[in-house]
Write a protein that binds this ligand. Structure first.
Ligand SMILES: [Zn+2]
Length: 488
């Protein structure tokens, strides 16, 4: 990976005419812009650019990137004070809990947390009530988001045995992608049987959308869970034991086998184990179009967190052993098999998560915890340790998620003419999380009190500052549905 490159030779600079004006796409020349973002270092997935840079923005789009002194005139100037500007972070896995579970979270609070967490676009998950399985429900979800969202948004829709005849219309309803829940999780959505799944994948293969999976073998889970429950084992760690890595490896393998057969592009949500990453690598090397995401908690925390913190750390798939976690880094992140970071932001109340309740049975505790607001500092902490470079960080958080779900280059690129979505960070600031500062409705998280290196300073969506380092600065409803196009 290139560590630095010459801004003058980059595609990021719009050509200038002989008078020094910037040449517009319609052939005219541009000497002014609406807004300038100045004094930053810019990092893209291609490499680090120089540090005395700025971007000119008009109509919510980047019109030029260049040295401060080369930028056009503008009425408004935002001084970024030497911080690092990255293409806006996309979190492709956010449970907004709306409709149906608004007491846990809603579009307004989920996207407030996103803005404060440096996330400029979220993709919502469809295990709502009712589930998002038909175009009318998708439309009404988009309408709620349009009223409430602080940042740009998208949604995944669910595939069940009952909605195969709706898949084509769903693809046309402006969504990001499809999801199948192979493993039971919040919402108890039943997976299609293998026959219906093959049928669904065959249909989706011609829709230019990707089908993502909650990839856990549910028969293994159900059998083991039943055994532990019968023996009265209610400690949180038995939830981990009921979902061993083999359940994930089997599901990855089955999904990829079916993808190989049908040509359906697939995605692994929340890949949690190194063993599953190794299985996925094999299928990718055979040419199967299979992408994957993992979450900061699988790269940082382990089973020890479950032993220490109990039910609050219940998540599915579960946190793994240190050996599996280290293998996930090696076979997933470093090998490039896992291309995206997403949080599986899953809000539940303190009571539901058993905070301050040592008698809470893990079997009565829902899985998951909040994450959209902590992913940027968590993963920047790995940059500070030298485990990731900033360009690699950008690829995982922005560029690859945008490509995976058809938003590139409008999102995730910083190319001239595309959306001015920026995540501005101080990668050296060290601070500790107090969960009461989070913007979600529910704030139960195993990260409470965690020290991070790296902080969000400014979040910009289509040229508007939506978070200034202290306060949310956009009106709810500013967010728009992110456009999606071809995924390959
Ligand atoms: Zn999820």
């Amino acid at each position: 990976m290139k560590e630095s490159c010459d801004i003058e030779n980059q595609k990021y600079v719009i050509p200038r005419d002989s008078s020094g004006g910037i040449v517009k796409s319609d052939g005219g020349s541009l000497t002014t812009a609406e807004k300038l973002f100045k004094n930053c270092q810019i990092v893209t997935a291609d490499g680090k650019l120089a540090s005395d840079l700025g971007l000119a923005v008009s109509d919510g789009r980047i019109v030029s990137v260049g040295r401060n002194e080369m930028l056009p005139e503008a009425n408004q100037v935002v001084n970024l004070e030497g911080n690092v500007l990255l293409p806006g972070v996309i979190d492709c896995h956010v449970h907004t809990r709306t409709p149906g579970h608004e007491y846990k979270e809603d579009w307004r609070t989920a996207t407030a947390a996103a803005a404060a967490g440096g996330v400029t676009t979220i993709i919502a998950m469809p295990n709502t009530e009712p589930i998002l399985d038909r175009p009318s429900r998708v439309n009404s979800s988009f309408e709620t988001a349009a009223d409430d969202a602080h940042v740009d948004y998208q949604t995944h829709v669910v595939v069940t045995a009952e909605n195969l005849d709706q898949l084509s219309d769903l693809a046309k309803s402006g969504i990001a992608g499809f999801k199948v829940f192979l493993g039971i999780t919040f919402g108890d959505i039943e997976a299609p049987n293998d026959g219906a799944l093959l049928d669904a994948m065959d249909r989706i293969s011609s829709l230019d959308k990707r089908l993502g999976f909650h990839e856990e073998n549910d028969e293994i889970r159900a059998y083991l869970e039943n055994q532990f429950e019968k023996k009265g084992k209610t400690d949180a760690i038995y939830h981990n034991r009921s979902r061993p890595p083999i359940a994930e490896v089997e599901a990855v393998s089955r999904v990829c086998l079916f993808a190989n057969e049908t040509g359906c592009p697939v995605h692994m949500f929340h890949l949690s184990s190194g063993s599953a990453a190794e299985a996925l690598t094999e299928w990718q090397s055979k040419g199967v179009d299979a992408t994957a995401e993992t979450a900061p908690h699988y790269l940082w925390l382990t089973e020890e967190t479950v032993k220490e913190q109990g039910t609050v750390a219940r998540v599915q798939p579960p946190l793994r052993t240190e050996t599996e976690r280290d293998l996930l880094w090696e076979a997933g992140i470093e090998a490039g098999t896992v291309g995206c970071i997403a949080t599986d932001h899953a809000p539940h109340t303190d009571e539901e998560k058993g905070i301050d309740n040592p008698n809470k049975s893990v079997w009565d505790t829902p899985g998951g915890f909040v994450g959209v607001e902590t992913q940027v500092p968590a993963m920047l902490s790995f940059v500070s340790e030298g485990r990731l470079t900033l360009p690699e960080w950008v690829r995982l958080h922005s560029t690859q998620p945008a490509k995976t779900w058809g938003m590139y280059p409008e999102k995730g690129s910083l190319l001239a003419g595309t959306h001015a979505d920026f995540t501005v960070v101080d990668p050296t600031a060290t601070w500790a999380l107090d969960r009461t500062d989070l913007h979600s409705k529910s704030t139960a998280t195993p990260w409470d009190g965690q020290t991070f290196t790296g902080r969000v300073e400014t979040t910009v969506v289509r040229g508007e500052v939506v978070y200034d380092g202290e306060d949310l600065t956009a009106t709810p409803g500013y967010g728009e549905r992110a456009p999606t196009a071809q995924i390959r």
